[in-house]
Design a protein around this ligand. Sequence first.
Ligand code: TXA
Ligand code: MG
Length: 309
Amino acid sequence: MILPIEDRAIAQAAALIRAGQLVAVPSETVYGLAADATDGEAVARIYAAKGRPSFNPLIVHVGSMADADAFAMLPPAAHRLARAFWPGPLTMVLPSRTGSPIAALVMAGLATIAIRMPSHPAMRALIEAAGVPLAAPSANASGRISATRAEHVSASLGDRVPLILDGGPTRHGLESTIVAVEPERLRLLRPGPIDAPALEQASGLPVMLVENGAIEAPGQLSSHYAPGKPVRLDARERRAGEWLIGFGAVAGDDTLSASGDLVEAAARLFDALHRADAVSSTGIAIAPIPHGGLGMAINDRLRRAAAPR
Ligand code: TXA
Ligand code: MG
């Protein structure tokens, strides 16, 4: 359903978000496919709707500096950038704060989090009305170009998104600038509406351009979380010394989903890997995951976790 932006549509969208559903919403850059960033299963539904074959980390959209500070650790340069460009088309990649309520699937297991405070009134109103931060990638099917109009969203995602808020064409028509904020420098991961000279001036730090910066798949990032012990896939039972992560009929020390639900499994994946790494076992065994739908993305991540290092 496509609804023009007005109070009733925002209230309806907020109710869907709170119920763990997806809403497409315009921002000043491109349309986003939004879900409650604190709800792992809602976030898993984003990947399912986009048909992403792997888990690419998502941007968390916040309405206040208090939320940004609650989810990430902002060095002084990040505060300077926020004062200069937020709300607006700048995404900052920062160390994630321990104990943050953001679902691990949003970061795809990374220790960093991408945060943006959008300026579009519809997205701001939705964050406010839903009362939660929104995880939102661009609202297009995987591998397709970003949506800058509501019709693009419906053409690309169709009925996989229950509600599309129509705010007309977006202002920038281009995704946000993504910058990793480090103590001594900024790394420009994705060029966008805010350019390198503006970033240098506002932050007081040099900007390093990164070729192919924004990660296409989390496994390409060297700092990406990988378990510190051997991982064995397609395991139906535990071998000596192993911690077994079950799925469906394969019961383990832990399970991704006892009922065999792929949305639940995706939501639990990174937490389960972290837990398996923390226990005293010498290896991790993981039950077979069916390959359809979200199973593709889960298996992609598991293959990377099991790859010899
Ligand atoms: O303008 C935008 O940024 C739009 C609107 C909806 O806000 N969103 C958007 O999201 O373009 P998406 O998912 O299509 O692109 C997000 C990019 C991805 O390339 C992802 O790899 C990168 O952000 N990213 C997210 N978290 C990251 C992290 N911790 N480290 C490095 N890159 C990260
Ligand atoms: Mg995108």
